[in-house]
Design a protein around this ligand. Structure first.
Ligand code: ZN
Length: 485
């Protein structure tokens, strides 16, 4: 039996030994929904018992948050840290982690990075500040690599602060980077703009001829981060899929890129090893299941249908479906949480790196979300914004097409109006309505995506799927593949 199989045997014992389901049942997040299904929670044993309880969605989290006090939701007396997600619907989800939860996750992350890094490495982290979970990462990384006896040097910046920190980076060049792919790629452009300015300023201050020559030289050829940070070796990327950006980042930064999968709601992340063949899901404190595509289809045709999921240790190579996670967090354990990421099982055998856990690849989303990488906009919100009362027209049908302009996601909105008495003015009203939604506004104003012109057509034909349902969000066939630049 493989180590991975043994781990899942231990997980099953832990499930019963810690009475995870019985404990979770006390939380308002689960109580009503489980009661409705007439489940005798005391009788649930092992993985068979776990399969009896319904899945949990982001929407369930939101409803529970709106209708209950924190005390009804959490299972512990105290909380260590409150994390948030930006939330595709605009309203925030707040996720409580205890100090114990925080410590467990930190140790796991440090172990993963130290597979590749050594104590002499200097890690540049470009992460969103608290209350986003990534905000605690730089500190956790120092603490936990330190606890392992191999502390690494951390150069930590929020995306807004990178420019101010540039002088430090030139004097103390990083050897590894941790961040989101799109921001790291965008930073490559900023490096090209800033380097000549900074070198020139330093040359004047230090009266250095060498620097003056260097500043002049950077004007003559296009510079990339790899020309500046010559010791850069590795990059670890999370928050969005790495694949579309991998080659561009590796080329511009001169590094080997690794994909990392983590999410705010709980444990159960994954990481890529040196083999670069999907992500390992070692899951020391979480149970991974996959809802196969054909079960998802049945659910699509009958929303009352309760799809069956396959435990990851029983999944075969090539299986595609939706990722489901159950974790052993203390304050608010996630029980059968649907992350809405579509995955493919890439390998189930032993890996050359020495790890034998299953390797998965994220291949898309299973909900109707306008996925712009780190920004995800709900199609439901889009619909509400486009169906408001406007002076210059009324929307009958709409469709969003997501493609790319260089590496940035590009949205093209096509609208079939019920009527319009001034197309140009109507387009302005539509855009203003979308721009009033704070997630859209932040993404648009910060240049995280491109908004193409709005197209007004007399007849919009939706792509039809399933039982005559129409698709409001379409992706360019290459959207999830490598970007060209
Ligand atoms: Zn491996």
């Amino acid at each position: 039996m493989s180590e991975f199989q043994k781990l899942y045997q231990k997980h099953e014992k832990r499930l019963d030994g810690s009475q995870l389901l019985l404990r979770a049942y006390k939380s308002a997040l689960y109580h009503e929904r489980w009661k409705k299904r007439n489940i005798d929670v005391k009788e649930l044993k092992g993985y068979k018992g776990l399969k009896e309880v319904p899945f949990t969605s982001a929407n369930d989290l939101r409803i529970a948050w709106e209708n209950h006090s924190v005390e009804d939701l959490i299972l512990t007396e105290t909380v260590g840290f409150w994390y948030t997600t930006s939330g595709s619907m605009g309203n925030k989800k707040w996720i409580p982690w205890t100090y114990g939860d925080y410590k467990l996750a930190g140790v796991a992350t440090a172990h993963i990075l130290m597979n590749t890094l050594s104590p002499t490495d200097r890690v540049l982290t470009i992460v969103l500040p608290p209350p986003f979970i990534s905000g605690t990462m730089p500190f956790k990384l120092l603490e936990n690599t330190g606890n392992l006896g191999t502390p690494v040097e951390i150069l930590a910046f929020s995306p807004e602060y990178v420019q101010d920190g540039f002088g430090l980076l030139l004097k103390r060049p990083p050897t590894a980077i941790v961040g989101t792919p799109s921001i790291t790629l965008r930073m490559a452009d900023e490096v090209a703009i800033n380097t000549p300015i900074i070198l020139k300023a330093r040359a004047e201050m230090e009266k250095s001829m060498k620097l003056r020559v260097a500043a002049f030289a950077t004007k003559l050829k296009k510079i990339y981060p790899k020309n500046i940070f010559k010791d850069m070796k590795y990059g670890f990327f999370g928050g969005e899929s790495l694949d579309p950006f991998r080659k561009a980042i590796e080329d511009k930064w001169g590094l080997e890129a690794f994909d990392i999968y983590a999410f705010t709601e709980g444990f159960g992340g994954g990481y890529e090893c040196k083999e670069h063949n999907g992500m390992h899901f070692p899951s020391s404190h979480a149970i991974v299941e996959i809802i196969p595509d054909k079960e998802l289809e049945k659910e699509e045709n009958d929303p009352e249908y309760h799809p069956d999921a396959i435990l990851i240790t029983e999944a075969e190579k090539g299986l595609t479906g939706e990722l489901v996670l159950t974790d052993f967090k203390e304050a608010m354990p996630m029980i059968r949480y649907r992350v809405r990421d579509a995955v493919k099982v890439i390998a189930t055998d032993d890996c050359a790196c020495g790890e034998d856990s299953v390797r998965l690849k994220i291949i898309g989303r299973t909900d109707s979300v306008i996925n712009l990488g780190i920004i995800r906009l709900s199609a439901i919100i889009f619909d509400q914004l486009l169906r408001k009362e406007f002076k210059k027209g009324k929307v009958k049908l709409w469709e969003v097409f997501v493609s790319r302009e260089k590496y940035k996601p590009k949205i093209t909105l096509t609208v079939e109006p019920e009527f319009t008495n001034n197309e140009e003015e109507f387009k302005k009203e539509l855009f203003e309505s979308l721009h009033g939604f704070d997630l859209f506004q932040r993404g648009y104003d910060n240049g995280l995506f491109v908004f193409d012109e709005i197209k007004i057509v007399s007849e919009l034909k939706h792509e039809v799927y399933g039982q005559g349902k129409s698709r409001l969000v379409r992706y360019h066939q290459n959207f999830f593949e490598e970007v060209k630049f």
